[in-house]
Design a protein around this ligand. Structure first.
Ligand code: SF4
Ligand code: SF4
Length: 339
């Protein structure tokens, strides 16, 4: 589970999967600023404790923009949680100074930096993010979202060498958001992206950087003969669509950001995470079997659980594009306004 502690962000990535819920730096009309209250935060920590979950994952927007970010991570440490912060690295200067004096390893406080290719940010932004990465050192690692065919990962080893981050790289595929416009990849380009990715990971491995895979990668985007290379040059390949469950500042949950307008429920109506997850498993099970291509319907890999069939948000978006605009209503899911 991920907790969104603030909906404000100081960057505006074109692929942002949180776009419908977050106030990005490029919009004047996004939702109003919301930071989680310490009262709701305490309720969430108790929910994790009742669920016997010891890893707290903090998301935004940019989590370090929460005015009480330090209090939030300090409370987590005092309660015995490990904490993982998903960040863009543009930490306020006061947070950079404060985190410098936090024993992050002892606090089990880690950071996953979402990095973009250098040309997508200004020199000043890049320098600022690098400073945060240096502060995190081995407690930090980076993640990259592929949102166009001509991506290039070869700046990453230099970034790691310069800042001292861990040598892992988490890879994501930009997903469409149901009900919102963002930049995402056409399913037709997946095979070309798969080839490029295999080639890029081989180069990264030579510099001792190993990739790992986020959700939504279809198995058939990789040629059969390149799967061995993919495994050897990464920390293992997996094709999964396992809803992380995101929780908003008001403790309303949704399966994942691309499905943030689908099946919104209040977490406090459930005893623990297992009960909440069982709810999502049963409510979303039918659509999971569909897959993003027509071939998925008869594919042995989805049948045997070797492929997730790609991102469910893409399947729904495709249906809507084919004229089934009220797909959410037909699936009988709870829209956010009804939660
Ligand atoms: S629908 Fe599945 S693959 Fe797509 S973002 Fe959500 S969890 Fe990941
Ligand atoms: S289930 Fe669909 S996405 Fe997965 S390998 Fe089969 S055809 Fe490809």
């Amino acid at each position: 589970m991920n907790l969104i502690i603030t909906n404000t962000c100081n960057r505006a990535c074109p692929y942002c999967f949180a776009r419908s819920r977050v106030n990005l730096s490029d919009t004047q009309t996004g939702p109003t600023t919301q930071h989680i209250s310490l009262d709701n935060y305490e309720k969430y920590l108790r929910f994790l404790e009742s669920s016997k979950i010891s890893l707290l994952k903090l998301l935004g927007g940019e989590p370090t923009l929460h005015p009480e970010f330090l209090e939030i991570v300090s409370r987590a440490h005092q309660r015995g949680f490990e904490t993982l912060v998903f960040t863009n690295g543009l930490w306020p200067r006061g947070i950079q100074d404060a985190i410098r004096s936090v024993p992050t390893a002892e606090w089990k406080l880690k950071f996953l930096f979402n990095v973009n290719e250098p040309n997508l940010q200004t020199t000043a932004q890049l320098a600022h993010a690098k400073e945060s990465m240096r502060i995190a050192g081995l407690q930090g690692s980076c993640g990259f979202n592929i949102y166009r065919e001509e991506f290039d990962l070869q700046f990453i080893p230099d970034l790691i060498d310069e800042t001292g981050l861990d040598r892992g790289l988490r890879l994501g595929l930009a997903s469409p958001i149901v009900g919102t416009v963002n930049s995402f990849l056409d399913g037709k380009s997946f095979k070309a992206i798969g080839m490029r990715l295999v080639e890029q990971l081989s180069k990264l491995e030579k510099r001792n950087v190993l990739g790992s895979f986020d959700c939504g990668f279809p198995l058939c985007m990789f040629a059969e003969e390149s799967l061995g290379k993919l495994v050897l040059n990464s920390r293992g390949f997996q094709s999964v669509c396992s809803y992380p469950i995101d929780v908003g500042t008001d403790l309303t949950a949704w399966p994942c950001f691309p499905l943030s307008d689908c099946e919104n429920v209040r977490i406090l109506n459930f005893q623990n995470e297992a009960e909440l997850r069982a709810h999502y498993t049963s409510r979303l099970s039918g659509i999971r079997r569909m897959g993003i291509y027509e071939e998925c319907l008869t594919c042995k890999f989805i049948e045997r659980g070797q492929c997730c069939g790609g991102c469910v948000a893409r399947t729904i978006k495709d249906w809507a594009a084919k004229g089934d605009a009220d797909i959410i209503g037909k699936l009988g899911w709870t829209a956010s306004r009804d939660a």
